[in-house]
Design a protein around this ligand. Sequence first.
Ligand SMILES: C[S@@+](CC[C@H](N)C(=O)[O-])C[C@H]1O[C@@H](n2cnc3c(N)ncnc32)[C@H](O)[C@@H]1O
Length: 235
Amino acid sequence: MQGWAVPPQKEPEKSREEFRKEREEKVRWLIKNRYLRSERLKNALLKVPREDFIPSLYRDYAYLEVPLPLPGEEATISCPHSYPLFYEPLGLDKGHRFLEIGLGSGYGTALAREIVGQDGLVVSVEIDPLTFEFAKSNLENAGYTDIVLVKGDGGLGYLEMSPYDRICITGACIGIPSPLLKQLATGGRLIAPLIENGIQNLVLLEKSEKDVIKKVICEVLYVSLRGKYGVKYMK
Ligand SMILES: C[S@@+](CC[C@H](N)C(=O)[O-])C[C@H]1O[C@@H](n2cnc3c(N)ncnc32)[C@H](O)[C@@H]1O
């Protein structure tokens, strides 16, 4: 994980109550720092226990603003502010059909499931078999049994359940994979870390009948997308 200092491994010691307080404090911090605005995302962040999506030797760091290593090749759980950073501009909301590329720990997927609700749909694709199994068991243990989990190359999307109202790519790419743009509904939005001129920009794409409009949100630092549309970056 270039650019981030990973804290040392340690046996978990914190209680449920300590984690609950840290979760509430984190939500207050996200609001104060203007990452978080929407009520549905706020409620999801308060509900989903992030610590249950983290390998036990990093569990106590659940609410620190660092990405933490996951089983698999270069897989990480993104830092807590990443979720409002992506989901707020995406406008993820009740009833949306949502496609995530890069399941990771399953935490962002669980948040999305809470936000879209029973009328919505969540599909998540993960390329790394070890990461996939880790996330699947986290989600099952947390009681999320109605998410479509796909093991494979997310650059290809998941045609079977398209079109999607919202798509989130959680790995840095050199270009937006064309299958994902095709599987995005008209009026839909896609967010991704895009490598441009040697840096990563978080970009939001909005698809209309005529064209696709791109807006740069801020500079970010994410692990690279793998697979057909992937790139080895900053090696
Ligand atoms: C930053 S992590 C995702 C973090 C995740 N949102 C979470 O909450 O834990 C990026 C993930 O994308 C996965 N990935 C990379 N390339 C992929 C691809 N082509 N298709 C699907 N998943 C991919 C990585 O294995 C990694 O798990």
